[in-house]
Design a binder for this molecule. Structure first.
Ligand code: SAH
Ligand code: SF4
Ligand code: F3S
Length: 465
C-alpha cells in the first residue's frame, strides 16, 4: 500500500512535513513519516489542518536557512491561536543551528538533528505530555533502521540510502559538519530493503549517498559500489537502478563497467565538477584536476556510449577570476552535459573556506551564474533535439501538470519526457481494460516513446503505434 497525503477529517493526529534540500532529505522525510504512521499519525498535504508541522531542512547555502526562518516566523501567529500545535525543525539546519532556533523562534517545540529523527514519535509524545521544548542534536548516534517499505509516497520509484555522512570536507561545504562521518550500510541491509521495495511494486531504485563512489569504506566485506550494483542487478523484478552522487576523485573503471554492462543500471551519471579551474579546484579541496576530470568523462563515454552526464558548478568561489571562470565555461562546452545545477558561492560558518574572503561581488556571481545557465540551456536543447525521431524507453511517473491528457516520465538517461496518453495508441486496451480511458492506468509502466520535439529540459513524443 502506498500512503497518499489525505485532507480527510478523521480523528488521527495529522502531520504535515515540508522537505527542503537534497534527495537524502526526501528519503528521511519518508522514513520520519513511516515511523509516525506506525504510531497512528496521518500525513496531510494541507498545513492549515495539521496538528504537527515539521520542516525537514537544508543548510547547504544561507538562502536555504533563511527560507526556513521566514516560514517559521509566519507560523508564530498560528501557534498563539492554537497552543497545542507542535512545530518541529528537523534535518541539517536543526543540526547546524541547534539551540539558536529555539532562541529565535520560541514557538518551535522541537529541534531534531540528522541522527535522531527516528526517535521523533517519542519526542512528540514527550512534548504532548510535558509541553517542554526538546533539542535533540547528538552527534554520536548511528542512523540505523528497519524501513517499513510499504510507507512510500511514490509507488514505483524509491530512494535507498547506501551510506550516510561525508568525509570529504570540500572546503566550501557544510554537509560533513551537519551529517557527520561517512558510514556505509551493510550490503545485506541494502539488498533486503531493495527486495522489500521491489516486492511492493517498486520498479526504480535510486541509491543515495553524498559520495556513493566510496561505498564500502569501513565495511569488512570488501564491497564496492560496483559489487553492490552487481548484486542488486540480480534482484528479481528490478527494472532500473540509479546512484547519486559521484565524486570524481573516487570514480573507478569498475563502476563505469558496471553501468555499461548491467541490465538494470541506468546510463546516467551525476558527477559534479564544481569548477573547470585547477587553481579553484585545489582551493575547493576536490583532489582532482580538470584534465583528470575530462579523462573520466572520456572513459565513461567509451565504456557507456549512450551515457548522459550531469554536474554541479559553484560560481564566485573566493578568488575566482575571469580566467578561472572561463575555464569553467570551456569545461561545460567540452563535456556537453545533459543538465547542470549551478550555484552562487555562499560562505558557511565552520567550513575551511570561511577563512577566504568572499571577494566576488553578488553582481558578478549573478552574471556568471546566468552565463552558465544560458550556455547549459543551449547545449541541452541541442542534445535533446538530436533525439527527435528516435525511440526511448520511459518509466511513466504521472500525468503532465499542464495537460492531464498527457503522461510524463523519464528515460534511462534521466531525461524528462511528456507524451500523448497511450490509450489512443492501444485500441485493444480499451476493450480489455476498463480503466483504459484513464491515462493514469499507465503510471508505473515502461513504454517506448518516439520523440517528435524537444526543449532544453523536456522531450516530447508519442507512444509508437
Ligand atoms: N555530495 C554531493 C552534493 C552535496 S551539496 C556532491 O558532492 O556532489 C550539492 C551541491 O551544492 C554541491 O555539489 C555544490 O555544488 C553546492 N554547494 C555546496 N556547498 C555550497 C556553498 N557553500 N555555496 C554554494 N553552493 C554549494
Ligand atoms: Fe559536500 Fe564535498 Fe561531501 Fe559533497 S563530497 S557533501 S560537496 S563535502
Ligand atoms: Fe542535503 Fe542540504 Fe543537508 S543538500 S545533506 S539537506 S545540507
Amino acid at each position: 500500500m502506498t500512503i497518499k497525503p489525505k485532507t480527510g477529517n478523521n480523528n488521527l493526529p495529522k502531520v504535515f512535513i515540508k522537505t527542503f534540500g537534497c534527495q537524502m532529505n526526501k528519503l528521511d522525510s519518508e522514513l520520519i513519516f513511516g515511523s509516525l504512521v506506525k504510531k497512528g499519525y496521518m500525513l496531510v498535504s494541507d498545513e492549515e489542518i495539521a496538528d504537527v508541522i515539521l520542516f525537514n531542512t537544508c543548510s547547504v547555502r544561507q538562502k536555504a536557512e533563511d527560507k526556513v526562518y521566514s516560514q517559521l516566523g509566519r507560523l508564530k501567529k498560528r501557534k498563539e491561536e492554537r497552543p497545542d500545535l507542535i512545530i518541529g525543525v528537523m534535518g541539517c539546519m536543526a543540526q547546524n543551528e541547534g539551540e539558536k532556533i529555539l532562541e529565535r523562534m520560541p514557538h518551535v517545540s522541537l529541534v531534531c538533528g540528522t541522527r535522531m529523527f527516528l526517535k521523533l514519535p517519542s519526542f512528540l509524545e514527550e512534548i504532548n505530555r510535558s509541553n517542554r521544548q526538546i533539542l535533540a542534536i547528538n552527534e554520536d548516534v548511528t542512523v540505523d533502521y528497519d524501513r517499513l517499505v510499504t510507507q512510500r509516497l511514490n509507488r514505483f520509484s524509491a530512494f535507498v540510502s547506501i551510506m550516510r555522512g561525508c568525509d570529504n570536507y570540500c572546503s566550501y561545504c557544510i554537509v560533513p559538519y551537519v551529517r557527520g562521518r561517512e558510514f556505509s550500510r551493510s550490503v545485506e541491509d541494502i539488498v533486503n530493503e531493495v527486495k522489500g521495495l521491489v516486492d511492493d511494486g517498486c520498479k526504480e531504485i535510486t541509491l543515495l549517498g553524498q559520495n556513493v563512489n566510496s561505498y564500502g569504506k569501513g565495511l569488512h566485506s570488501n564491497s564496492t559500489l560496483a559489487t553492490l550494483l552487481q548484486k542488486l542487478d540480480t534482484v528479481d523484478g528490478i527494472e532500473r537502478i540509479r546512484f547519486v552522487t559521484s565524486h570524481p576523485k573516487d570514480m573507478s573503471k569498475e563502476i563505469l563497467e558496471a553501468v555499461g554492462e548491467l541490465r538494470s543500471v541506468c546510463e546516467h551519471l551525476h558527477m559534479p565538477a564544481q569548477s573547470g579551474s585547477d587553481r579553484i579546484l585545489q582551493k575547493m579541496r576536490r583532489f582532482y584536476t580538470s584534465s583528470q576530470y575530462r579523462e573520466l568523462i572520456d572513459m565513461a563515454r567509451d565504456l557507456v556510449p549512450d551515457i548522459t552526464i550531469a554536474s554541479d558548478f559553484i560560481v564566485g568561489f573566493p578568488g575566482e577570476s575571469d580566467d578561472d571562470f572561463n575555464d569553467t565555461v570551456t569545461l561545460m562546452k567540452e563535456v556537453r552535459y545533459q543538465n547542470c545545477f549551478t550555484f552562487k558561492y555562499s560562505p558557511r560558518t565552520g567550513t575551511y573556506a570561511e577563512k577566504f574572503v568572499d571577494d566576488v561581488t553578488e553582481e558578478i556571481k549573478k552574471k556568471r551564474n546566468h552565463i552558465l545557465l544560458e550556455l547549459q540551456s543551449e547545449i541541452s536543447t541541442k542534445m535533446n533535439k538530436e533525439k527527435i525521431g528516435k525511440s526511448v524507453e520511459v518509466l511513466v511517473e504521472g500525468t503532465s501538470k499542464t495537460d492531464k491528457s498527457k503522461l510524463t516520465g523519464r528515460t534511462r538517461q534521466n531525461q524528462i519526457v511528456v507524451f500523448h496518453s497511450p490509450e489512443r495508441f492501444f485500441p485493444e486496451h480499451s476493450i480489455s481494460d476498463s480503466r483504459a480511458g484513464d491515462p493514469s492506468s499507465f503510471i508505473g509502466k515502461l513504454v517506448n516513446v518516439t520523440i517528435n520535439d524537444a526543449t532544453d529540459l523536456t522531450l516530447y513524443g508519442c507512444v509508437r503505434e
